[in-house]
Ligand binder design. Structure first.
Ligand code: ATP
Ligand code: MG
Length: 337
């Protein structure tokens, strides 16, 4: 039996952060043996709202690759794929755009939220951005993926992919598997500022490549009360643990469950300071990040290996993409001679 396939990825719009790790990367690393994996660097999709920042995208392609290598993705087992090097992504996106009902597209909640955010920043909204969910569907079904490990914000896109893949299969015959989403251990990691999602765009992240001093500075500035209704002024004030970002990070990244339980108990009772809880978090995060930093530095010193990983994976994905597009053209009978 050939292995089932995974397609998932990231936009090269910056380095990867703790939210990526707990929401997605951790599953990717774990599933590399069980599945044939395609990890996509979605540079077309990055251009949809960062068209004027091509240098940032170019740097981020390498940064993301270093982050992937650092957390233990293995370019020999898994294919690292540059989206724009495989024109079939654009071709299938275009064909799928014919199949996607406009009113269904306009209802996508993740797209709506992101468009609202861009509008708030007075950014110009491109047609390419509006169409990115269709391009994401093409990304997923091009290698005929069965599983898509992602953070919770992506769930509507996967549901959308399932609908469109079914629609294609009904219209033209069974070409595509219907992919399932797999949401990570922490579905949506909160930001340092208490906003619902740690995100590159919101500048509220701890990056996998942050040094120990940066982590310390960021944690010290973290909000502990997202509502602003329970200000805790003294260590003797009873504190609220629920929806407290500092405790959410402890739960996500501190392996010492007994320590976390003890801190929570003392926090609720007013027997520990915010700064002690933060000190313990700084230690836990730096312990977690140290081996990642070491592996990252080792790969950063070998840029030829990093480039080879990208080109090799992209080559493998391209052959798969060409096969699928041949099947798509035959199924749709877009053959005239
Ligand atoms: P951008 O703001 O550029 O969209 P992003 O931080 O949302 O950046 P993506 O490249 O869009 O990053 O996301 C890559 C993967 O990481 C997706 O599967 C996404 O669901 C997941 N992810 C991103 N942020 C978080 C988070 N805070 N918690 C859990 N998962 C996350
Ligand atoms: Mg995103």
């Amino acid at each position: 039996m050939p292995k089932q396939r995974i397609l998932t990825g990231t936009r090269p719009t910056g380095s990867l952060h703790l939210g990526h790790y707990a929401g997605a990367l951790e599953n990717w690393v774990r599933l590399q043996d069980e599945y044939e994996c395609f990890f996509l660097i979605a540079d077309y999709q990055a251009l949809s709202d960062h068209l004027g920042e091509i240098e940032r995208i170019r740097e981020s392609v390498i940064e993301v690759t270093l982050d992937w290598l650092a957390v233990g993705l293995d370019p020999h087992r898994s294919a690292f794929v540059i989206q724009s090097y495989i024109p079939e992504h654009a071709e299938l996106t275009m064909l799928l755009s014919m199949l996607v009902p406009l009113n269904r597209h306009q209802r996508n909640p993740t797209l709506k939220a992101e468009m609202a955010q861009l509008e708030e920043e007075n950014a110009e909204l491109s047609l390419g951005f509006f169409n990115y969910p269709a391009s994401q569907i093409a990304d997923i079904i091009l290698p005929k993926a069965h599983l898509v490990p992602v953070g919770e914000d992506q769930a509507p896109h996967i549901e959308y992919t399932r609908q469109i893949a079914r629609r294609f299969n009904r219209a033209y015959g069974e070409v595509f598997p219907i992919p399932r989403a797999l949401i990570g251990r922490v579905p949506r990691l909160v930001g340092l500022d208490g906003k619902a999602k740690m995100s590159k765009s919101l500048d509220n992240a701890i990056y996998l490549s942050d040094g120990a001093g940066t982590v310390e500075r960021k944690v010290k500035r973290m909000v502990t009360d997202i509502t602003g209704t329970h200000p805790r002024l003294r260590p003797t004030d009873p504190g609220v643990v629920e929806y407290n970002p500092v405790f959410e990070y402890h739960d996500a990244f501190n392996p010492d469950a007994a320590e976390v339980a003890d801190l929570k108990e003392r926090y609720r009772a007013g027997r520990v300071s915010d700064s002690e809880v933060k000190e313990r978090l700084i230690k836990a995060l730096n312990d977690f990040l140290d081996p990642i930093r070491e592996r990252r530095a080792a790969y950063a010193a070998r840029p030829d290996d990093v480039r080879a990983a990208l080109l090799d994976g992209t080559g493998r994905a391209r052959r798969t993409a060409e096969q699928t597009m041949q099947e798509v053209r035959e199924a749709m009978r877009i053959i005239y001679t």
